[in-house]
Ligand binder design. Structure first.
Ligand SMILES: Cc1ncc(C[n+]2csc(CCOP(=O)(O)OP(=O)(O)O)c2C)c(N)n1
Ligand SMILES: [Mg+2]
Length: 583
């Protein structure tokens, strides 16, 4: 399919300003928004955008723009753009775009640059963007002449869409200002169906048919393959564990679901993987090697051959799209009758869910467990809500306590693990899909880090909903330090009244510290027509327990307790123990 709009064809051989050529090529490739902050070397580009159908979303910090663009691309599966001025302007995007790139979001950054004549002489605001962005992109190149502009822009879009990630176009201002004859380079999208060879399918089927305790571990490659994965699990009597990234695609309507493993998971997911005799990895690139079994036969199917066997040694590796592969594989599988392993795993799952649910309620002395807040948000949000959550503990509460519905979408920082992603990602998702409720689960540390772009929600009229998990702490780090047996340090947060800060910006704002009022407060916050922020004073001492508590971690907590007692922080120890172990 050729996406280049027909007016560009008509204009063939006509002369146009390079900035216009670039903008029209992006528009023809499906870009609807360009996120950024204007300035100096970008002026011809923003002027071209002003006259195009692309909307420029004027942000307060480029990092937030990078997060927002990535979220837009993730929810729409379409190309999005960012643009920045030279030097610090285009440098500021780096963390937001790193996050987006590692989420495999197709985003193009126009990093405008000083004039070509001055490059290489330490000119004011000179930054070598190729060196900065090469490690976080699928394409990174400078448009060296006006004649290259359309061809290189099309190439950048092509790379972002087909290799799935960030493409950076470095654009010297004298090039963007120049005029050039338009030609015919366009962007093409292809949707191939890829599956392993017949011989590979035979080998996979033989191994699965020989297994008796089979587990499926599904990753984000299972998007769109819910029915096929469940059909396979039914035939093989196999529990399905999923990665955090696959929550939206596998958790809902799934009688074989045993949840996640890893630090964010539960014992049920962990048990299924560690105790199977045959493990089928489907579109799953889970990084933590200690959570793979050492005594099982492992089969891995992935669309990217470079992922095969990169986390753990495997017995069979095959390249394929999960849906197409399973459709081709099913006729080769013998239906199993023994469901003992499946029942055992499902029993673990029921127990694990009950243990999680126990924390999702009002705590001792009226404490608001963050899990309770998360579950109330899930209760009051519409079925097709989009959730974002900050790196730190909010993303754990989202993953564990807000069930996927099949229509909901979860955006969190998994591969990159950044703070402060949630609110700007919510801006991106809401701008892209204004008809859906978009809810940011923000940490108090995370929100403060990108606070300036609250203003964008007002200025650009993006009615997001923000819940602040306000524990007056960099809680996740405080926990890490305690588990290591260290005394926690530098994690205290002296916060402003976030509800009043938000109100002064133009948000609806409310603070809650009484657990009995929380249910009604969540309902009223989500019912607001405009941007709204709910600042909830949650319990600080909430352990994010890994599924299997290692001896070292118990030891570490004990060591912390001893140190804390010796340094006169006995109350801390008591709180930690009563809150997490004596409930
Ligand atoms: C940009 C960035 N800086 C620092 C870190 C290290 N880090 C991970 S979680 C965290 C604390 C998050 O605090 P908050 O947003 O308040 O969430 P909480 O864990 O308290 O719920 C920090 C400092 C990081 N991951 N990313
Ligand atoms: Mg916090």
């Amino acid at each position: 399919m050729t996406l280049l709009c027909s007016n560009l064809w008509v204009k063939a051989m006509a002369r146009m300003r390079v900035a216009d050529v670039i903008v029209e090529t992006l528009q023809a490739a499906g870009v609807q928004h360009c996120w950024g902050v204007p300035g100096d070397t970008l002026n011809y580009v923003t002027d071209a955008i002003r006259r195009s159908k692309i909307k420029f979303v004027h942000m307060r910090h480029e990092e937030a723009a990078g997060f927002a663009a990535g979220a837009e691309a993730m929810v729409t599966h379409n190309l999005t753009a960012c643009a920045g001025s030279c030097g610090p302007g285009s440098l500021h995007f780096i963390n937001g775009l790193y996050e987006s790139h590692r989420n495999r979001a197709p985003v193009v950054l126009i990093a405008s640059q000083i004039i070509r004549d001055e490059i290489g002489f330490d000119f004011p605001q000179e930054v070598d963007f190729k060196r900065v962005y090469e490690g976080a992109s699928v394409f990174c190149d400078e448009i060296r002449t006006a004649g290259q502009a359309q061809r290189k822009t099309a190439l950048a879009c092509q790379a972002a869409l087909s290799k799935r990630g960030l493409a950076v176009l470095v654009l010297p201002v004298d090039v963007s200002k120049a005029e050039v004859e338009v030609n015919e380079f366009a962007v093409h999208r292809s949707y191939p169906v890829i599956r392993p060879s017949d011989a590979e399918l035979d080998a996979i089927a033989t191994t699965l048919n020989a297994g008796s305790r089979i587990a499926v571990y599904g990753g984000s490659g299972c998007e769109g393959a819910h029915a096929e994965v469940l059909e396979l699990a039914k035939a093989l009597k196999a529990p399905i564990a999923h990665t955090s990234r696959a929550k939206d695609f596998l958790e809902y309507d799934n009688p074989f679901n045993v949840g996640m493993t890893g630090v964010f998971g539960t014992e049920a997911g962990y048990h299924a993987l560690m105790n199977c005799d045959t493990l089928l990895l489907l579109g799953c690139d889970f990084a933590w090697r200690q959570f793979y079994p050492s005594n099982a036969k492992i089969i891995q199917v992935d669309i990217d051959g470079a992922h095969l066997g990169r986390r753990h040694p495997i017995d069979i590796g095959a390249v394929g799209d999960v849906k197409a592969t399973l459709q081709a594989l099913m006729p080769h599988l013998k239906e199993k009758t023994d469901n003992a392993f499946l029942s055992e795993c499902l029993h673990h799952h029921t127990k694990a869910v009950a243990a999680l649910d126990k924390r999702a309620k009002i705590g001792r002395g009226g404490a608001i467990h963050p899990q309770y807040l998360a579950s109330l948000i899930g209760k009051h949000a519409p079925k097709n809500a989009i959730y974002t959550a900050d790196g730190g503990s909010p993303m754990v509460w989202l993953l564990r306590h807000i069930p996927a519905t099949g229509e909901s979408r979860t955006i969190i920082s998994l591969s990159h693990g950044t703070m402060a992603n949630a609110m700007p990602q919510a801006l991106g998702a809401k701008k892209a899909q204004p008809h859906r409720q978009v809810i940011s689960l923000s940490g108090d540390g995370g929100l403060a880090m990108m606070l300036g772009d609250l203003i964008t929600a007002i200025q650009e009229d993006i009615p997001i909903k923000i819940a602040v998990f306000n524990n007056s702490s960099l809680g996740f780090v405080e926990l890490e330090q305690k588990v290591e047996g260290l005394l926690d340090a530098y994690t205290n947060l002296k916060n402003p009244d976030f509800a009043r800060v938000a109100e002064s910006i133009g948000f609806w704002g409310m603070a809650v510290d009484n657990a009995d009022e929380l249910d009604a407060a969540v309902a009223s916050w989500l019912g607001q027509p405009g941007p709204a922020l709910l600042d909830v004073h949650v319990d600080r001492m909430e352990l994010v327990m890994p599924p299997k508590i290692e001896a070292a971690q118990i030891f570490g907590t004990a060591l912390y307790s001893a140190k804390a007692l010796l340094s006169g922080r006995g109350d801390d120890v008591l709180e930690l123990l009563t809150d997490n172990f004596l409930n």
